[in-house]
Design a protein around this ligand. Structure first.
Ligand SMILES: Nc1ncnc2c1ncn2[C@@H]1O[C@H](COP(=O)(O)OP(=O)(O)OP(=O)(O)O)[C@@H](O)[C@H]1O
Ligand SMILES: [Mg+2]
Length: 616
């Protein structure tokens, strides 16, 4: 069944029930990277620094209590408080230094992990099929990576620098309180912390859906804004500014709604947390005060307990925020890691070898194909482009011509039948080798937002300036480029929008010539050119495609009269085939199309003539 091997991907899908441990497990190897002993050493030392820092923090209140006692006691010996003050300050200072050491050491590990994950995701996305990308919104995908990597950062920072130290601190403080003051103090401390955590987790779980809705609305608003601004020209053509604003505002309103709910529930959480904290502090200090009055505890000890409480609840106060961020980070990471497991619809077989190209015979053998199960686009299409020959495909718009080129390039696999290059099924060889063998000038050229030179060089990154100019001349674009103030360094704007359609096509032709592949595929490569420029380029194309296997898709029949074979496609089926002469003689569909186009051309010519007359 076609399409059934696609793993579903939806960034807004609820992640409830998914195993978050699995997400963490996915991350772990990146933090303990094989082949990087230096990074592993950093992890170990950072951990030691973390434990050391906490141990020092835990001893500080002990010294503090002794300071108070030695100052408030009857016999005041100056040396004791002085030593204690020094010890207290040193412990705190050293603890801070160790924390910085930890941060510094670990940051390289974390950044390395983030870079690896982002790179892998990016590479994986490029490995996914055309269908996946056509179904997705670009802005959405790049934000998934952006948020996913941020999620990793949050998670690492907060787990290592907050959660773990806090756990050590809570346990350590409980043990110390237990040893010095007994079970009442330690159990109240532990219980309050536990209650605090349970309450925080519970409320945060409930709140997460608002955060998620907020994120979805945010992504939606962003996608709409990007799409709308990219279509600036179209929006103006139809005067739809108001419509676009309304569409955008719908998403904004949704975001607003959930952002408010998110804030209100956050406040509720904070109130609950404060009640827990202060209740525990109240009870503990009450107990301590009673101890002091009864003479079983010193004032220094009361101060010590208070210091522990304050020290403990500072990071715990953070816990609410940290838990929320980690939770969010996990959600974002899951979405990104889910991208990594989207299976490749068009994938190399495990034993796929590179295509061995001899002279580049292309064979379509009873190919049937549909983008979706419910609609067949190509029906039992068979044809051969013999090595070094040129075959043209003509036919009405929507007949399936570009689809043939996408199948040859293996953007999609066929439903039945096979496509062979030099006798090898393209499904049995590596995609990379197939794509390296074919040069495509697509119907719609999109350029990178860089210079004209960069876009031409894209066909062969190692090309010299001379090579670039040579192909530019062949594609009749050199003179145009030379006339620009910045020459080849002229920037083309996003998607190449600052060039005319014909200029873009010529850049596309030039870069394909630079690639210099054994097989050429021209999909309406000159459709946007005036007939004069087209004639120039046709001559170049003929030169380039001589002795090269070439598939030409054309609407203007005058450009394919020289083809070795012309195939007329209609609704995905081959209805006629032969040379231009054969087909004209047959007086069929092709002949009818030809006559119509000739008439139109004649009419155009007369119009031009009349225009010239009138101008005289
Ligand atoms: N990604 C896609 N998903 C679903 N249907 C598609 C997809 N791409 C194209 N089609 C459909 O397949 C049919 C053939 O499209 P194709 O692009 O091959 O036409 P064409 O012959 O190149 O037309 P034109 O001369 O206008 O370029 C069209 O009806 C089109 O709507
Ligand atoms: Mg097309």
């Amino acid at each position: 069944m076609r399409g059934s091997n696609r793993a579903p991907f939806d960034p807004s899908a609820p992640t409830e029930g998914r195993n978050q441990l699995r997400t963490l497990r996915t991350l772990l190897p990146y933090l303990w990277p094989d082949g990087h002993p230096g990074l592993k050493a950093r992890v170990v030392v950072a951990m030691l620094a973390l434990v050391g820092a906490k141990a020092l923090t835990l001893t500080a209140p002990l010294f503090y209590g002794r300071i108070v006692d030695s100052l408030s006691g009857p016999a005041q010996i100056v040396a004791v408080p002085l030593v204690m003050v020094a010890a207290y300050s040193l412990a705190r200072a050293l603890s801070s230094v160790l924390n910085e050491v930890r941060d510094g050491l670990f940051s390289r590990v974390a950044q390395h992990a983030i870079r690896q994950v982002a790179l892998q995701t990016f590479q994986h996305l490029h490995g996914l099929s055309m269908r996946f990308h056509l179904d997705r919104r670009m802005g959405g995908l790049s934000r998934v990576i952006e948020r996913g990597t941020k999620g990793i950062q949050f998670l690492l920072n907060f787990t290592l620098f907050n959660i773990l130290p806090t756990i050590i601190e809570v346990v350590g403080a409980a043990i110390i309180l237990h040893v010095i003051f007994g079970i009442a103090f330690s159990s109240i401390t532990l219980l309050s912390v536990l209650g605090y955590i349970v309450f925080t987790v519970w409320v945060t779980e409930w709140r997460t859906k608002f955060r998620r809705e907020m994120n979805t609305a945010d992504a939606e608003a962003n996608t709409k804004a990007v799409d709308s601004l990219l279509n600036y020209e179209t929006v103006k053509y139809f005067g739809n500014d108001g419509h676009e604003a309304k569409r955008f505002d719908v998403s904004l309103a949704r975001y607003q709604h959930f952002a408010v709910r998110s804030q209100v529930t956050l406040s509720m959480l904070n109130v609950g947390q404060q009640i827990t904290v202060n209740l525990a502090a109240f009870v503990l200090l009450l107990l301590a005060a009673r101890g002091v009055i009864a003479g079983t505890m010193t004032i220094g000890e009361l101060v010590m307990i208070n210091t522990y409480l304050i020290q403990l609840y500072i990071p715990l106060n953070f816990l609410g925020f940290v838990y929320r961020e980690i939770k969010q980070g996990l959600v974002d990471m899951e979405v990104m890691f889910d991208l990594l497991v989207v299976s490749k619809e068009v994938a190399d077989k495990p034993d796929a070898k590179p295509l061995v190209i001899n002279r580049g015979t292309i064979e379509f053998d009873h190919v049937t194909f549909g983008y979706n199960d419910d609609r067949i686009i190509l029906r039992d299409v068979s044809f051969t482009v013999p090595a070094g020959k040129t075959v043209a495909i003509v036919g009405a718009s929507g007949a399936g011509k570009s689809t043939i080129s996408r199948i040859l390039f293996r953007f999609y696999d066929v439903n039945s039948g096979a496509v062979l290059i030099d006798g090898q099924d393209i499904r049995d060889v590596t995609q990379e080798s197939v794509r390296a063998a074919i040069g495509v000038v697509p119907q719609d050229t999109v350029l990178f937002d860089d210079s004209i030179g960069y876009n031409i060089r894209y066909g062969k990154p190692t090309a010299t300036q001379q090579e670039i100019e040579a192909v530019a001349k062949l594609a009749s674009i050199h003179d145009f480029v030379a006339s620009l103030a910045d020459g080849y360094a002229t920037r083309v704007g996003e998607r190449g929008l600052k060039l005319s359609g014909g200029e873009k096509q010529r850049v596309a032709i030039a870069r394909t010539m630079l690639k210099n592949p054994p097989i050429l595929l021209f999909d309406e490569a000159t459709s946007a050119l005036d007939s004069h420029t087209e004639k120039d380029i046709q001559a170049s194309l003929r030169k380039v495609s001589a002795n090269r296997t070439t598939l030409v898709i054309a609407h203007r029949l005058s450009t394919v009269v020289d083809a070795d074979e012309i195939i007329a496609l209609d609704k995905g089926q081959i209805v006629e085939r032969g040379t231009h002469r054969d087909l004209l003689a047959r007086q069929g569909r092709y002949a009818a199309m030809w006559n119509k186009q000739q008439e139109a051309a004649l009419y155009q010519a007369r119009l031009a003539e009349a225009g010239a007359d009138a101008a005289e």
